[in-house]
Design a protein around this ligand. Structure first.
Ligand code: ZN
Length: 161
């Protein structure tokens, strides 16, 4: 990192500490040019790289935060889901996707992760999301699916005949 005062490309770190609850490292640096020796601060953050999405037709696309949030907002619309819960659903989903640890993830798996989190929070939101996502072939399928949910069971597609 160039010194902002003299553009010397070298600086030494004289202090570094965690800030923003450990999400950032703040470093105090000193220019190594003896004629300058100015001090400045740099910040370092981790770049959270979410994996690419493998679509059903095999195409890859970058993970789209906005799409995820929109899907969740649609599912929880007019439901009694607090802003805190909404935030934590989104964070947990991203965490799980990151923990998956691969550079690519199937969209189907992302859908399952979303459903798992919605199931915990609101049955109707879960059914809404699932009904778009699972692409039910008939009202009967949706009915069987919902019947399991009302018993507190998170249905898997295999459960539906
Ligand atoms: Zn300098």
């Amino acid at each position: 990192m160039n010194c902002p005062f003299c553009s010397n490309p070298d600086s030494k770190v004289i202090d570094s500490r965690l800030v923003a609850d450990g999400a950032q490292i703040r470093r105090r640096r000193e220019c190594t040019d003896s004629g300058c020796a100015e001090r400045f601060t740099s910040y370092e953050t981790t770049e959270l790289l979410l994996p690419k999405i493998i679509k059903k037709d095999g195409r890859r696309e970058p993970f789209d935060d906005t799409k995820l949030v929109m899907g969740i907002d649609l599912a929880i619309r007019k439901r009694k889901v607090s802003e805190d819960d909404r935030y934590s659903i989104i964070e947990k989903i991203k965490q799980k996707i990151l923990q998956y640890g691969e550079r690519e993830i199937k969209s189907v798996l992302v859908g399952e992760i979303v459903m798992e989190e919605l199931f915990r929070v609101d049955a109707i939101a879960f059914i809404r999301f699932a009904s778009v996502y699972k692409d039910f072939k008939s009202a009967v399928e949706l009915e069987q699916f919902s019947a399991l949910v009302s018993k507190g069971i998170q249905p898997q597609m295999e459960d539906i005949s």
